[in-house]
Design a protein around this ligand. Structure first.
Ligand code: PLP
Length: 383
């Protein structure tokens, strides 16, 4: 067993060797600029980008022309939120987001608020679920955008998006969903879910870091966006800048592999997670956060009342996992997602996230569960 055991796949995943092999020729051999229209170097690069566009579109049941390549999900989210805010100014300035959103959404909306946007927060319940009845109370004729994430990065809770997107569309608002964690783990279908904007990040689906995509609906309705980046008019003017051909090719390959293995992935992750939860949690030793019914198959958020998650992590250097999300564990704040779900400050600080992935084995899961249980008991006996 290789130490430390990696149990933080929602923070990032290792690139699949098949993805790396597929990317390599695009660094030195086929290094052309995908915008060079006058020679073969450019054509080969462009072909690689267009193949990736089809592969990414296919993962979410979109059309290739609806995919805009970016540097990742954070950039895609910025383009979506800032782009809608500027393009829909004449309709209004009201934006609704759920309280369990990722920092990329929260921080961008905080910025837009300074630019004159009015932000309303859609609450979530104890399981992290957002409800159509609550959204109905918030939508208005000047609402331009509703954003509710699909799979939560900390708890794994999955939202039923269609009832929410229907309400957004009833006031002609754009419906956005941060699908960074759900793409490649469970089915994401932009048509079935009524999604107008959503995002993919390669490094969350066994592809390279620094590459992602934004889905932008082109019909029923066609979404208008103002660009954030200018210079050259790449990606239909929505994202200027020379395309990262190797990264985009890797994203496409990763999307293709994820799409073809969705069922096997779900089955194996659920098996490992069930084992992990059964081994760690019995009686009132701990409790699991999020919806047990609607959850990403690889994610578990566990609270051990009476301890501090950092102390637990400090005792377990052979296991790589986190308190909340990688994006917030740098700060001292308890998880805003758990607080939004109604956990107390102390409970939120007593919570760890374990997110499993394709390379985890039964042996690793059993060892991790035993180590975590042992360390929790030790911490409690000292208290
Ligand atoms: C990782 C993550 C992001 C940010 O993605 P990057 O590609 O790393 O910028 C956004 N939203 C969620 C839910 C994530 O898990």
């Amino acid at each position: 067993m290789k130490l430390p055991v990696y149990l933080d796949y929602n923070a990032s995943t290792p690139a699949d060797p098949a993805v790396v092999a597929y990317m390599l020729p695009f660094f030195s051999e086929y290094f052309g600029n995908a915008s060079s229209k006058t020679h073969k170097y450019g054509w080969i690069a462009e072909q690689a980008v267009e193949t990736a566009r089809e592969q990414v579109a296919s993962l979410i049941n979109a059309e290739p022309a609806e995919i805009v390549f970016t540097s990742g999900a954070t950039e895609a989210i910025n383009l979506a939120l800032q782009g809608v805010f500027r393009a829909y100014h004449s309709k209004g300035r009201h934006i609704i987001i759920s309280t369990a959103e990722h920092k990329a959404v929260l921080d961008t909306c905080a910025y837009l608020e300074k630019q004159g946007a009015e932000i309303s927060l859609l609450p979530v319940d104890r399981l992290g679920k957002a409800y159509p009845e609550e959204l109905k109370k918030l939508v208005r004729s000047d609402t331009i955008l509703v954003a509710v994430m699909h799979g939560n990065n900390e708890t794994g809770t999955l939202q039923h998006l269609k009832p929410l997107s229907d309400i957004a569309h009833s006031v002609k608002a754009v419906f956005m969903s941060d699908t960074t964690q759900s793409c490649g783990k469970v089915t994401v279908d932009v048509n079935e879910f009524g999604i107008d904007l959503c995002c993919v990040s390669a490094h969350k689906i066994y592809g390279p870091k620094g590459t992602g995509a934004l889905y932008v609906r082109r019909k029923n309705p066609r979404v208008a966006l103002s660009p954030v980046m200018f210079g050259g008019g790449h990606e239909k003017g929505l994202r200027s800048g020379t395309l990262n051909v190797a990264g985009i090719a890797g994203l496409g390959k990763a999307a293709e592999i994820a799409a073809s293995g969705l069922w096997e992935y779900g089955t194996e992750m659920s098996r490992l997670r069930t084992l992990l939860e059964q081994q760690i949690c019995d009686n009132d030793f701990c409790f699991i956060n999020g919806s047990v019914k609607d959850r990403l198959p690889n994610t578990t958020s566990i609270t051990f009342p009476g301890i501090r998650a950092e102390q637990l992590i400090a005792r377990l250097p052979d296991y790589a996992f986190s308190t909340g999300s990688a994006c917030t564990s740098a700060s001292d704040e308890p998880s805003h997602v758990l607080l939004a779900m109604g956990l107390s400050d102390a409970e939120a600080r007593a919570t760890i996230r374990l997110s499993l992935g394709k390379k985890n084995t039964t042996e690793e899961i059993l060892a991790a569960a035993a180590a975590i249980r042992g360390a929790v008991s030790q911490l409690r006996s000292k208290a």
